[in-house]
Design a protein around this ligand. Structure first.
Ligand code: TGC
Length: 379
C-alpha cells in the first residue's frame, strides 16, 4: 500500500520479515482459491499446516516474536480472509494461551507442543445461546464429583470446534467461573456445525452440547480462577483483531484503487473523477490513522503496558475503519462489487462478524467509556 507515514521504517527487520512471509503465503496459496471456498462455505483444510506454522505464536516453539510482528502476521492472514486469521487466533491466542496461562505443567507439556505443530487443534467455548456480551451469566455448570467433574450446558460460536481435539470449556463450578479441558470423543461432548451463515463462511463455527459430560479432575485448568481468566484470553484475540481487520480493509482499499484505475466510464478511468478520489482518500486516510494506533498499541504491549481498555479502543477503531473502507470499496466496483471478482464485499461480510465477536462494538465502547469516565454503564 502507498505509505505516506513510512510505516515500514517504524518496523524492525524481524517484524517486516514476519509480515512478508505471511503475505507471500496468502498471495500464493490463499488468493487464488478463497472466493470458491467462501461460496461453498468450506474451510480450506489443506492449508492448516501452513496456517499453524505461520499463525501460531512462535513462543510456543521457544522463539520470541514482538507483538507488532504478531500483528503483522494477523494483518496479512486477514488480507486473505478473516476466517484464516480467526483460525490462527483461536488456536494460538485463545486455546493455547488459555492452557499456557492457566494450565498445570502437565497440561502445558501434553497439549502445547502438539498444538504448536498442528497435531491437536483447539477451540475456546465461552459464549452461550443466552449469554454473549455478558458471559458472567453463563449457565454451563461443572459439578464436582469424587473422581472429576460432570459438565452440562450449551456453547455457541466456537470456531474450529468441528475439527478440534481439545475444547477449552468455561463453566460455573460452585458459583465461580472455571476453565476445563474436554477432549473430542469424550462421552457427552457433542459438536454441531453452524452452516447458515452469511458471514465468515469459510470459518468452521459450531455449537457444543455438554450432556452429563464426565471429565477427570486433572482436566480442570488450575489457574482459571474466575471470569477474568477467560477475559485475559480474549485480550490476546482482540489484539489480533486490532491488526487483522486492517488487513481486510487494506485489501479492500487496494482492490478498489486498482479497479478505479482500469475501469473506464464517460471516456476515462473512474479514478480520475472527484467523487472516486474523495472515497479513496477517505479510505486511505482512515486506514493510515488506524494502522498508527495499532502500531502504538503493539509497542505498549511489548513494554507490558497495554491495558485491556486500550485493546478495546483499538479493536473498536480497527474493525469500524475496515468495515467502512470495505463497504466504500464495494461502491467503487459498482455492480461488479457484488460478485466474487471483488474481495471487498466478502471482507465486509466477514467484518460484520468481526465487529460482533470477541466483544461487540457496543461492549468495547462501554469498556472505553468506563475507563475514561470511571462509571460503569454495562448494567
Ligand atoms: P467487570 O466487573 O467489568 O470486571 C471484572 C474484573 O475483570 C476485569 N476485566 C478484565 N481483565 C482483563 N481483561 C479484560 N478484558 C477484562 N475485562 C474486565 C475487571 O477489571 C475486573 O477486575 P477487578 O479486579 O476490578 O475485579 O466484569 P463484567 O462481568 O461486568 O464484564 C464486563 C464486560 C462486559 C467487559 C465483559 O463481560 C466482556 O468483555 N464481555 C464481552 C464478552 C466477549 O467478548 N465475548 C465474546 C467471546 S468470543 C466467543 O465466545 C467465541 S470464542 C472465539 C471463537 O471461537 O471465534
Amino acid at each position: 500500500m502507498i505509505d505516506y507515514c513510512r510505516f515500514d521504517e517504524l518496523l524492525t527487520d524481524d517484524e517486516r520479515a514476519a509480515g512478508e512471509r505471511a503475505r507471500e503465503f496468502v498471495d500464493r496459496d490463499v488468493r487464488p482459491i478463497i472466493a470458491g471456498y467462501y461460496e461453498r462455505g468450506e474451510f480450506p483444510r489443506h492449508l492448516i499446516p501452513q496456517l499453524i506454522e505461520i499463525g501460531t505464536h512462535p513462543r510456543y516453539r521457544g522463539l520470541s516474536q514482538s507483538p507488532v510482528a504478531r500483528g503483522l502476521v494477523c494483518q496479512e492472514l486477514e488480507r486473505g480472509d478473516s476466517a484464516l486469521r480467526s483460525f490462527a487466533s483461536v488456536q494460538s491466542s485463545l486455546s493455547m494461551f488459555a492452557i499456557d496461562s492457566c494450565g498445570s505443567r502437565e497440561q502445558r507439556e501434553r497439549y502445547l507442543p502438539a498444538m504448536a505443530n498442528g497435531e491437536i487443534i483447539g477451540c475456546f467455548a465461552l459464549t452461550e445461546p443466552g449469554h454473549g456480551s455478558d458471559p458472567a451469566g453463563m449457565e454451563t455448570t461443572a459439578e464436582r464429583r469424587a473422581d472429576g467433574y460432570v459438565l452440562r450446558g450449551h456453547k455457541r460460536w466456537a470456531t474450529n470446534a468441528t475439527i478440534a481435539g481439545v475444547a477449552i470449556i468455561w463453566a460455573k463450578c460452585d458459583g465461580a467461573v472455571r476453565g476445563f479441558l474436554v477432549e473430542a470423543g469424550t462421552p457427552g461432548f457433542e459438536v454441531k456445525p453452524i452452516h447458515q451463515k452469511m458471514s465468515l463462511r469459510v470459518s468452521m463455527s459450531a455449537e457444543i452440547l455438554l450432556n452429563d459430560c464426565r471429565i477427570p479432575a486433572e482436566n480442570a485448568l488450575p489457574g482459571a480462577t474466575g471470569l477474568v481468566s477467560a477475559l485475559k484470553c480474549l485480550n490476546e484475540a482482540r489484539f489480533d483483531i486490532v491488526w487483522g481487520s486492517l488487513g481486510a480493509g487494506m485489501d479492500g482499499f487496494e482492490a478498489a484503487l486498482a479497479y478505479a484505475g482500469r475501469r473506464t466510464q464517460f471516456g476515462r478511468p473512474i479514478a480520475g473523477f472527484q467523487l472516486t478520489q474523495s472515497k479513496l482518500v477517505d479510505m486511505y486516510s482512515e486506514l493510515t490513522k488506524a494502522r498508527l494506533l495499532a502500531l502504538r498499541l503493539g509497542r505498549l504491549k511489548e513494554e507490558g503496558r497495554l491495558h485491556y481498555s486500550q485493546v478495546s479502543l483499538g479493536k473498536r477503531n480497527s474493525v469500524r475503519t475496515a468495515l467502512d473502507v470495505c463497504r466504500t470499496a464495494r461502491t467503487i466496483f459498482g455492480a461488479a462489487g457484488v460478485t466474487d471478482d471483488c474481495p471487498a464485499m466478502r471482507h465486509a461480510s466477514n467484518l460484520e462478524s468481526v465487529l460482533t465477536y470477541e466483544g461487540t462494538e457496543e461492549i468495547h465502547t462501554l469498556i472505553v467509556g468506563q475507563d475514561i469516565t470511571g462509571l460503569d454503564a454495562f448494567r
